[in-house]
Every structure is written in structure tokens, then in C-alpha cells.
Design a protein around this ligand. Sequence first.
Ligand SMILES: NC(=O)c1ccc[n+]([C@@H]2O[C@H](COP(=O)([O-])OP(=O)(O)OC[C@H]3O[C@@H](n4cnc5c(N)ncnc54)[C@H](O)[C@@H]3O)[C@@H](O)[C@H]2O)c1
Length: 256
Amino acid sequence: MDPSRLKGKVAVVTGIGNGIGQGIALMFARQGAQVVGCDIDAAAAQATLQGAHAEGLAIDSVHPLDLADPASAPRLVAHAVQRHGGLDILVNAAAFAVFAWIEQMRYEDWRRTLTGELDLVFLACQAAWPHLVQRGGGAIVNFASVNAYVALQGSAALAHCAGKGGVLAMTRQLAMEGGPHRIRCNTISPGFIVTGATRHHLDTVPELLGHVLAKKMLKRVGQPEDVAWLASFLVSDEASWITGSDYAIDGGARAW
Ligand SMILES: NC(=O)c1ccc[n+]([C@@H]2O[C@H](COP(=O)([O-])OP(=O)(O)OC[C@H]3O[C@@H](n4cnc5c(N)ncnc54)[C@H](O)[C@@H]3O)[C@@H](O)[C@H]2O)c1
């Protein structure tokens, strides 16, 4: 680990209270970034800050913050810019989805999921954009999913799939709009990563783990750290010619 790989960069990471956002916030801080996080779950965000503190790292956070409120992302970004003098990186890891089969999916849950998958990302990108322009460039990482490409047997992911397909397409468009400003926009498409969100699915659908592992060439599920390494690369100067791309990190699931 290079403790200066992201030195001098200010990174906003959403959803630091759990899973992938937590893993990324800690990994970025270990590599020298100044991280400003947020989460709707104040206790979870606080636990991440304590974990960082125990490692001798300082992560800043605004919580509780509901990113579905259009006033929230501007508040988060303003906090980062005021406190740390600018913004270089945005990672949108916060998301919310209701999983239900089409027969049971209530329209309000469909709408909530599209808000949780799409609006959260749009609102944060829009809030960060002028600051990235002002900085002369930056990096945005959004989360699509293997579910934007293929269906997983046993997973009632209808609305989630729709949202992730949207994130994938939206990020390509953002990359095009960001090009002249040197704002690089990419997606990461994870396969099954063990987080707060997916642990619940494993508990409630006992056969799911078998379906998941059957799709993995590397016969294990992913960990937040696996994804955090990829995100670290994508926001670093090593990736300065990468934009408009999607990166699979799924143990081989999409390849067969
Ligand atoms: N875990 C996986 O297997 C997997 C696979 C593919 C894609 N993804 C995507 O990766 C990203 C991170 O997933 P995860 O599994 O770590 O999720 P998670 O549910 O474990 O963590 C998400 C965090 O976002 C926070 N959050 C939710 N709604 C919020 C809101 N309105 N405002 C602020 N914070 C809010 C939650 O409190 C939580 O701490 C998501 O976009 C997810 O869809 C995850």
C-alpha cells in the first residue's frame, strides 16, 4: 500500500456506513486522500469514523444525511470544499433498493428503488460538477452492477437491474460531458460482494449463495476491499486516460 498514492486529493464518498462505501473510504484514507463521507445511518457512519480513528486515520463525515433530499448533496459538497479547499473525487456508493418479484413489486417500491439507485447518483454528480470543473478536472466513480448485464437466478432484482442499467448509461453520458473539463467518469460493476445489503439476501434466500457461487470462476464471493482497490486505481492519476468505461469485478461471473 502506497500511503501517498492519493495524497493531496479531496474525495467525497457517499454511503460510508456500510459495505463498499466504508471499504473505499478507509482505503482512500490509507492512501493519503482527505475523505469526506456521509450516510443516512448516523450510527453506522460514526462506527466507520471510529474504525478509521483506530487505524490512526481521520475521515470527515456529514451524517445523518439523506441524499434523496435534493438539498443534501450540495450541503455535503459545500462542507468538503469549505473544509478542505476543493474537490477532486466523487464516489457514489450510497444506494437503496427494494427487491421483489414482478408479481409483488409495489409501484411505490419501484419508484423508491429508482430514487435510491438513480436520483442519489444524479444529485451528487450535479452538486460536485462545478467544483470539479473549477479544479480543472477530477474523477467520478459510480456503481452499476453485474445485474446491469445479466440476471441472477434466485434474486428478485427487477427494479435494481433497471436502476443499474440507468447508472451505466448515465455515467457514459457524464463522461462525454466531462471530457472537455477533464472530469473522468467511470462505473464499477461488482458481482456479489458481502455487505450489509447482501447479507440480508443470503439470510432470507438460503439457495442464493449456491446460485451466486455457481457463476463465479473464482469460487468465492467478493469483499468490499476487492472493490476498494479497483476504485483506488480509477480515481488515481494512474488512470488519467480512462473515462466512459465500466469495470467488472465479479470473480468472472459476467464472462460465462
Ligand atoms: N454488494 C453487492 O453485492 C453489490 C453488487 C453490485 C453493485 N453494488 C452497488 O454498490 C454500491 C454499494 O453497495 P453496498 O452493498 O455496499 O450497499 P450497502 O447497503 O451495504 O451500503 C450502502 C450505504 O448507503 C447508505 N444509504 C442508503 N440510502 C441512503 C441515502 N438516501 N442517503 C445517504 N446514505 C444512504 C446506507 O445507509 C448504507 O450505509 C451500491 O450502489 C450497490 O448497488 C453492490
